[in-house]
Design a protein around this ligand. Structure first.
Ligand code: NAD
Length: 297
């Protein structure tokens, strides 16, 4: 299949590579020259512009930071025409960015008006899952469009869920990430308390992992440097899932909670803690670095 892939960052790059390795003809683009160079060196075809990736593309996939990037790309900005005006009718668009459900619905409506099917398909599983092709996809859109997307999603992920109509994938995603943001703070807090009492963080992690405190952060993404070789904490909190991206997701969750009058007190507190951590200059570090806020430097 000919696939246009826009956004070759921490997640998009490895996802595009998995499609490339599966034998698809992928044409990639990213605004960052460094990202383009990195994946060109790995054999991915790189286009000059986002529009240039569309040449013959049957499917367009995007993996961008936030709502404003996705809206600008597809719907246009400052009088410039967006991709929806340039994509051939009949093409399938899969946006895997985590954005506001309202933005996903806007893009889906603009697509529908031109005969272009649009799915919101945000993911969970981190950069490790993106590299291994084991992501979880939470899809919003029609069942028929999801079935068209499934063979490609299966090359990038291990679990594919149909959350509901357009935007539903995003709603599922922010519920999940609100829980993850809270879990990472709770895990950091417990580890910092143990270490302050002289416990070995490796031993404490193993005890809690196998006890009732066990959770994904302990299992796959330990925030304490040196406990888990593969976690961002052991690589200076580089790469991974940025604090500012978590902050964005918790903001989306709070906006959504306000709209439906839901009570999300821990989600609100978690958003404020990541905001303080970002203001302290750690926005670009992996979100597990929130441990720094809770531990003596
Ligand atoms: P990232 O910042 O590493 O990558 C985003 C890329 O998009 C950057 O390389 C940037 O240059 C590029 N970009 C921005 N605007 C563009 C445009 N108009 N055209 C082309 N490229 C453009 O972010 P990421 O970690 O890959 O995350 C991407 C999305 O996935 C976010 O919405 C994030 O919330 C979500 N997500 C991330 C993770 C994770 O662990 N990193 C996990 C699940 C979901």
């Amino acid at each position: 299949m000919k696939i246009a892939f826009i956004g070759l960052g921490n997640m998009g790059g490895p996802m595009a590579m998995n499609l490339h390795k599966a034998g698809h003809q992928v044409s990639g683009f990213d605004l960052s020259e460094a990202a383009c160079k990195k994946y060109a060196a790995d054999g991915l075809a790189i286009a000059e512009t986002a529009a240039a990736t569309l040449d013959g593309a049957e499917v367009v996939i995007s993996m961008l930071p936030a709502s404003q990037h996705v809206e600008a790309l597809y719907l246009g900005r400052n009088g410039e025409e967006g991709l929806i005006g340039k994509i051939a009718p009949g093409t399938l668009v899969i946006d895997s960015s985590t954005i506001a459900a309202a933005s996903s619905r806007k893009v889906a409506e603009a697509g529908a008006a031109r005969g272009i099917a649009v799915l919101d398909a945000p993911v969970s599983g981190g950069t490790g899952g993106a590299i291994a092709g084991t992501l979880t996809f939470m899809v919003g859109g029609s069942t028929a469009d999801l079935e068209r997307a499934r063979p490609l999603l299966e090359k990038m992920g291990a679990n594919i869920f149909h959350a509901g109509d357009a935007g539903a994938g995003q709603t599922a995603k922010i519920c999940n990430n609100m829980l993850l943001g809270i879990l990472m703070i709770g895990t950091s807090e417990a580890l910092a308390l143990g270490v302050a009492n002289g416990l070995d963080p490796k031993v404490l992690s193993e005890i809690m992992r196998r006890s009732s405190g066990g959770n994904w952060a302990l299992e796959k993404y330990n925030p304490m440097p040196g406990v888990m070789e593969t976690s961002p904490a052991s690589k200076g909190y580089a790469g991974g899932f940025g604090t500012d991206l978590m902050l964005k997701d918790l903001g989306l969750a709070q906006e959504n909670a306000a709209a439906v009058k839901a009570a999300t007190p821990l989600g609100g507190l978690a958003r404020n803690l990541y905001a303080a951590h970002s203001l302290a200059g750690h926005g670009a570090l992996d979100f597990s670095s929130v441990l720094k806020l809770l531990q003596k430097g």
